[in-house]
Design a protein around this ligand. Sequence first.
Ligand SMILES: Cc1cc2nc3c(=O)[nH]c(=O)nc-3n(C[C@H](O)[C@H](O)[C@H](O)COP(=O)(O)O)c2cc1C
Length: 178
Amino acid sequence: MLELLKRRRSIRFYEDKKVEKDKIDGLVMAALLSPTSKNRRPWEFIVVEDKEQLEKLAESKANGSSFLKSAPLAIVVLADPEKSDVWVEDTSIATILVQMAAEAMGLGSCWVQIRERQHNEAMSAEVYVQNLMKIPQSKRVEAIISIGYPNEVKKPIDQESLQYEKVHQNSYGVAFKR
Ligand SMILES: Cc1cc2nc3c(=O)[nH]c(=O)nc-3n(C[C@H](O)[C@H](O)[C@H](O)COP(=O)(O)O)c2cc1C
């Protein structure tokens, strides 16, 4: 598991190759297996393989979403805020678990933040995605996960770069002993 965590990097370039159905099913299962506060399961997911929809999702934001146009697969992560006051945490957990499941399957992925981001000066990224995907206004959009076979090589995270100074022992300010 730690090796998998070290290996996971944000992958934004993908091979021109579809993700197999059994892998998509595995990713969906990972999302649905994710824990939620009070087991409320406020999230919903939209699996997107349609090229036109992916191209339009790539335009969600001025920066940080364009690579969705070359991804063979994306999963939009949304939630019903009426079902849970901590839907942001619940959707975030589901998102990272999908990313880890993708890594375990040899796929690359990247989180595309939608909540609190703008499409342009006049429209939020959330409203843009809601309109595009026909999501009811009562549902909130947290993120989009772009997924595909990696077409870039990134080094695993270097253990020496880990910020152990941010880890405290027993009380704040007492350095954690490694
Ligand atoms: C909450 C969150 C939001 C992010 N939003 C974006 C995004 O909108 N676009 C993007 O290209 N990367 C996004 N990322 C990826 C981060 O830039 C990336 O995880 C970070 O730079 C560390 O790199 P690594 O994932 O390769 O370790 C996001 C990551 C997180 C956790």
